[in-house]
Design a binder for this molecule. Structure first.
Ligand code: OGA
Ligand code: MN
Length: 299
């Protein structure tokens, strides 16, 4: 029997059963997963406690992987709150404060010229009595479709600067000069066209800094309005983690955030692999930087 896919959320969240992701998957199964994903945007596979190697092997079936930000020799990132010795890490540590930006609505790797395509997050250890610590996703495609005409016109063809420093400034852990040099600001269109479905989605998140050709205050006001609209309850799904859940999402369609929890009390180890985007993004056949430059010249 093939995959069992059951929609859980209103528009974009589905649960997939009857598969073991630790095994070698046939091309047909991978194609089935991909098509479920294109339809739903976010999939949860319960009961998949993977090793790093198994998670990397599975993720590689969907494209090239991004290196870990901290250790570029690895294609997997541990976002958990335990230290190497398995003890709860101090919530005031640099790493914990760096990870706190995950609590802001974002799309993964928006700070790269080729922003992430797909993310896979495996719940390796989740305290059974955990309070909080859920992950939420918002459907930016549905939000774009329902956006009032005036807002849609305000963003059409616009390019925004995205910068890791912007989200870190909001969570109080600024980048060091070395980090700043490693991850400089980049640009992306405000409307992201999905390469596979051709559908448009709003592309804004915590790293959005300003619109090319507009001031920062005005830009941030528009970003806040758009995010308020896009994260209304009707566009959001909240996932309560169980150990062994593997959640996969399409960063071209959804934004996500981690809900707060008592990091000094509950172990929560989630591990991520990320399929690299194919960028740089293009508008009207031109790379966005070039497009933005021509627009600025024409204005
Ligand atoms: C991520 C992320 C949120 C969470 O893995 O990219 O933002 O709930 N995680 O852990
Ligand atoms: Mn993330």
């Amino acid at each position: 029997m093939g995959l069992q896919v059951k929609r859980l959320g209103r528009t974009f969240f589905a649960e997939v059963r009857n598969i073991d992701l630790r095994s070698m998957l046939g091309n047909e199964t991978v194609a089935e997963i991909r098509s479920a994903w294109m339809e739903h945007g976010v999939l949860v596979f319960p009961g998949q406690l993977l090793t790093d190697a198994q998670q990397v092997a599975f993720s590689l079936r969907f494209g090239d992987l991004e290196e870990d930000l901290i250790d570029p020799t690895k294609f997997i990132a541990n976002l958990g709150n335990l230290d190497e010795d398995g003890k709860l890490r101090d919530p005031a540590s640099l790493k914990s404060r760096f990870l706190r930006a995950n609590q802001l609505w974002h799309s993964d790797s928006a700070y790269f010229p080729a922003a992430a395509k797909l993310s896979f997050l495996n719940g390796r250890r989740i305290a059974p009595d955990m309070i909080g610590g859920e992950t939420q996703w918002a459907d930016m495609r549905a939000a774009y479709d329902e956006l009032p005409e005036a807002s849609r016109a305000a963003i059409e063809g616009k390019v925004a600067v995205h910068d890791m420093q912007t989200s870190r400034a909001k969570t109080g852990r600024l980048l060091s000069p070395e980090e700043r040099a490693k991850w400089p600001p980049v640009t992306h269109p405000m409307v992201r066209v999905h390469e596979e479905t051709g559908r448009k989605a709003l592309y804004v998140g915590s790293q959005a800094t300003c619109i090319v050709g507009a001031g920062e205050v005005e830009s941030q006001k528009l970003f806040a309005e758009l995010m308020d609209f896009a994260t209304q309850d009707k566009f959001v799904h909240t996932h309560v983690w169980r150990e062994g859940d593997l959640v996969c999402w399409d960063n071209r369609r959804v934004v996500h955030r981690q809900r707060p929890f008592d990091e000094a009390k509950f172990p929560r180890v989630v591990v991520r692999t990320t399929v690299r985007g194919t960028g740089p993004d293009v508008i009207d056949g031109k790379p966005v930087d070039e497009y933005a430059r021509l627009k600025a010249m024409a204005a």
